[in-house]
Design a protein around this ligand. Structure first.
Ligand SMILES: C[S@@+](CC[C@H](N)C(=O)[O-])C[C@H]1O[C@@H](n2cnc3c(N)ncnc32)[C@H](O)[C@@H]1O
Length: 182
């Protein structure tokens, strides 16, 4: 068989393997994620978040479902905040841990955030799914301190009034980021 056929088979097989790994880990995490599957926020949208929500080094940022941890790393780099992420998808969790090796001030926890008390957060970031937003709004309303900022990608928090809605230019589908203050 010509070499290019072998290259094609190996590349296609590799891509298929990667895709199946993603599907498997996503399916395993579904009971906890309820549809909020592992998809990363784009750089443009992250940049908009970082510009719109200045933080102080003594503050704590929590990402509810941190994916590969990119939100945590960027916020830590810009503002030196203490950055905590919860993640139940093992693939995303290990990627986040790997990419954060050697960076101080970032904690990635393999935990279901529904079971955690979020009272210590100064800023909460989330990119979840419409099905969980009512439940999330109730949890945040109960647990967060007055003044805590919440940023929700794509989906609004029912019952909260945004103080700002960001629509970063060039972001995929220009989905909004909602900024709230408790
Ligand atoms: C759309 S992704 C967003 C990832 C990251 N926050 C970002 O913006 O790049 C949502 C992530 O939340 C995680 N997730 C959903 N529900 C969770 C839960 N109850 N506890 C921990 N992680 C959860 C999913 O596994 C997924 O990786």
């Amino acid at each position: 068989m010509p070499i290019w056929v072998w290259i094609f088979i190996v590349l296609t097989g590799g891509l298929f393997g990667l895709k199946m790994t993603y599907v498997m880990f996503t399916a395993l995490a579904l009971p906890a994620t309820r549809g909020a599957i592992y998809v990363s926020t784009t750089r443009t949208r992250l940049a908009a978040f970082i510009r719109a929500v200045p933080m102080k080094p003594e503050q704590t940022l929590v990402d509810l479902g941190c994916g590969d941890g990119r939100v945590l790393r960027l916020a830590r780099r810009y503002y030196r905040v203490r950055a905590i992420g919860f993640e139940v998808n093992l693939l995303a969790y290990f990627k986040a841990r790997l990419l954060s090796i050697g960076r101080s001030g970032i904690q990635i926890k393999r935990k279901n955030f529904w079971l955690e008390n979020l009272a210590g957060a100064d800023v909460v970031f989330c990119y979840l799914y419409p099905d969980v937003m009512h439940r999330l709004a109730a949890k945040l309303q109960t647990e967060l301190r007055n003044g805590t900022l919440i940023v929700s990608c794509n989906f609004p928090l029912p019952g909260f009034q945004p103080i700002q809605v960001l629509r970063p230019e060039g972001a995929l589908h220009s989905d909004p980021l909602y900024v709230y203050q408790v």
